[in-house]
Design a binder for this molecule. Sequence first.
Ligand code: HEM
Length: 431
Amino acid sequence: MAAEDTVCRPLLSAHELMEDPYGGFGRVREEAPVVKGLWNGHPTWFITRYDDVTAVLMDRRFATSSTSLPGGTDEYAEVMAQMGIDRDLIPYLAGSLVYTDPPDHTRLRKLVLRAFSARRISALRPRVEALVDELLDALPGHAADGTVDLVEHFASPLPITVICEMVGVPVADREQWRAWSLDYTSMDARRLNTMLSEISAYIRGLVGQRRAAPADDLITGLMLARDEDNDRLTETELVTMVLTLVVAANETTPALIASGIWALLTHPGQLAMVREDPGLLPDAVQELLRWCGPAIVAKLRYATEDVVIGDTLIRQGDHVQVVPGAANHDPRRFPRPDELDITRDPEADRAPHLGYSRGAHYCLGAGLANQETEVAFARLFERFPDLALAVPEDRLKWKPMPATRQLASLPVVLGPAARLRKTSARAGERR
Ligand code: HEM
């Protein structure tokens, strides 16, 4: 171990990490562009400024799997094994798209890319609108003492239902999937082992059903893609892909929808603009991803060769953690970075945010998440014109997760529902 590693310390206090990751990583960003700290017990380079984060994400010399290092073993799989995850279940975690590098990553991503094309996502819009309306219809019925938790009854059920329908998971099982997704993020070996063996058996069962009766869904699409050329998608890869998609959708979009509602409710001027002109919603969603997007840090990267960032030499094999949450508030890129301003001029003062990452691992579900969030906001704010937080802002609780910013609950008072015109305002019409 190098001398500098022996004095390596965590860069953020536990409080900053759990309660104020934007502030904590913002402080790190202003102290130095590239700095080493302990992360998950391992010396790691932190990269927090916009240009450097973008450069690392675009640079193929940074891999997301340590097996891409010369002579590298799978460190992630090893950590999972040490945690107590059964060896035969580890591939379902370690084989996830985001932890693979080319050529496997290119092959796997190509297989699912078509299902997430702009055309396919756009075709889903009426279904997303109908689901949002159903959830809104049911909201008053969930009110207890006049308040409703929008995480539980609005932000969470929408994305899981949409992704289940896309993938071909029976919607009746979506509560089971929500429970499995919680197990996935629990980092509890017992729960993870149970969840992984249940889920793999479940998905293999669905594959068997689709083999007997193909359907217009992603499971059938992936299965056929594999069957055409037998070595393209193994059964384990197929299970892993389905698992990845459902869990990814269930973890992040609910967080954006809930944070976005909170942000707009606490910035009444911004909310008034959106209500006045729903055509502003696509820009508003992008600004919310910048300002309070859920992805604080990206996945860990490994330097596959020596690379210099700024004045710092990053050695082959070093761990590198880029922090989109800090880059998105970098004053070198965004004037008034801590101000929420949905009217930022894309040409003048709004660089593309990094809330969906950049480069090879750019979020596959970005278009889907944008659409769900736009529709959710358009319909919610139209339906409940007096919607308000039910508790003071400082009483809201965030989940104790350092990588993803997520409200634990969002209690609101709905107020009376508006009598809607026949054709309700549609987000994105001006796009
Ligand atoms: C607001 C919602 C979402 C946010 C903020 C988000 C964020 C991200 C980020 C930051 C990454 C890249 C991580 C890295 O480079 O290390 C990523 C990758 C990914 N996301 Fe999302 N995501 C969202 C929604 C979704 C949805 C709805 C799906 C699935 C339908 C999805 C599927 C994926 C997949 C499969 C990858 C891996 C892509 C690859 O490695 O090629 N995401 N997401």
